[in-house]
Design a protein around this ligand. Structure first.
Ligand code: NAD
Length: 380
């Protein structure tokens, strides 16, 4: 385990500016880093059973060394944990531990724990201090940065929540060694997304270096730091998503529709896999609209395939509803004004833009084409 100096990326939000520390072995210095920024505080650590089994003892030892007293709230892993019932459990645990507003809620887990614990931190005592210690690749490159928190409603994903920025994010790239490979790949889709939005050199770098990123060498920390820089830039420009923060949704419109079409069944499709297929479709759709070259779409597909991610609708196991039903999931997810949809499209690698007037009829013919082509391709 190396404890080299971590990379520091700043999220510039005026007097709410905070650091993201990225590096291997950071868990061991979590206590010291937190105590330096928030001296004299106590903490509630919110985690899930998988993360607790692999890493909780190390975090607790580190917090103890930093002189931080802790209560621990351990929840079952999985998307279902982002619920009102679990929120109540976290709120109750924090209050039972008699934590004050100046004390800390620490999210120690993937995006599920980060979103839930962040929401609890945002509402208990009208807003407590919050620290993110993300343990999945997806959480390290995306969900732990930017302050979006929340839970799911029976009526849809992420419908209830608040913006509540952390005081610090500690991304220990070494804890990813225990992450199941499928989850690592799913997070990789979000990592590649930053290259595809507006960092073409980063995408080209990933094409060359992805094996080392998976293997866990210095390239892994380098890639995560670049992703955090990209996310921090967008968040500093547009904290509340009134403008170009929406670019981060590249691949998510198709992706969410596919997640909904599989009833959020993680055995068929996890979020990052939906985003991977969604990004490939966004590039293919942009090429169909003569905005991007088919070579760019092919390049995206070929990279996703190389790392082992699904990249076409036919890669999803089991039956899917038809193109019209997929479009219905998309229109349900979004405002449709006079038959036009907002999509993140692209003019090439790293040239994504927000298109506000995509005709629903174009989306339907594209989906029909892809759906039937890809159903034919499906291995029997
Ligand atoms: N707030 C945001 O800006 C934002 C952005 C993107 C996604 N999200 C949310 O993030 C969630 C998905 O996050 P996720 O992919 O991290 O899912 P997750 O939190 O469910 O973690 C994935 C799985 O990996 C396990 N795990 C995590 N770290 C581990 C480790 N180091 N070792 C072993 N197992 C580990 C978890 O227990 C879980 O089983 C979704 O709910 C999504 O809506 C939020």
């Amino acid at each position: 385990m190396s404890i080299d100096a971590p990379v520091v990326v700043e999220v510039g939000l005026g007097d709410r500016t905070y650091d993201i520390l990225i590096g291997s072995g950071l868990l061991a210095r979590a206590g010291a880093e937190i105590a330096r920024r928030l001296p004299g505080t106590r903490a509630a650590v919110v985690t899930d059973a998988n993360v607790a089994a692999a890493h909780l003892a190390a975090l607790q030892a580190s917090l103890e060394t930093g002189g931080i007293q802790t209560a621990v709230i351990t929840l079952p892993p999985g998307e279902k944990t982002k619920s009102f019932a679990r929120l109540e459990e976290v709120v109750d645990g924090v209050l039972a531990a008699k934590l004050e507003r100046g004390d800390i809620v620490i999210a120690f887990g993937g995006g599920v724990i980060g979103d839930l614990a962040g929401f609890a931190a945002g509402i208990v005592r009208r807003g407590m201090n919050f620290v993110q210690i993300p343990t999945s690749l997806l959480a390290q490159v995306d969900s732990s940065v930017g302050g979006k928190t929340g839970i799911n409603s029976p009526r849809g994903k992420n419908l209830v929540g608040v913006f509540h920025q952390p005081k610090l994010v500690l991304a220990d790239t070494g804890v990813l060694d225990t992450l199941p490979i499928r989850e690592f790949r799913a997070g990789y889709a979000e990592l590649a997304k930053y290259g595809l939005i507006d960092r073409p050199e980063f995408f080209a770098w990933l094409e060359k270096n992805w094996v080392q990123v998976f293997a866990g060498g210095p390239e892994r920390a380098q890639a995560i730091a670049e992703a955090c820089r990209a996310k921090a830039d967008v968040v500093a420009r547009d904290e509340f998503e009134t403008g170009d923060r929406a670019l981060l949704n590249l691949g998510h419109t198709f992706g969410h529709a596919l997640e909904a079409a599989t009833q959020y069944d993680g055995s068929r499709l996890v979020h990052g896999e939906g985003v991977a297929i969604g990004m490939a479709l966004a590039y293919r759709f942009s090429s169909r609209l003569n905005l991007a070259s088919p070579d760019d779409a092919a390049r995206v597909e070929s990279h996703l395939r190389a790392v082992g991610l699904p990249w076409r609708i036919a890669d999803i196991p089991g039956e899917l509803p038809d193109a019209e039903a997929l479009l219905a999931f998309i229109t349900q997810d979004k405002k449709v004004s006079r038959g036009a949809l907002t999509f993140i499209l692209t003019r090439g690698i790293g040239q994504a833009f927000i298109a506000k007037d995509v005709p629903a009829s174009e989306v339907l013919s594209f989906l029909t084409e892809n759906h039937s082509d890809q159903q034919k391709m499906r291995p029997r």
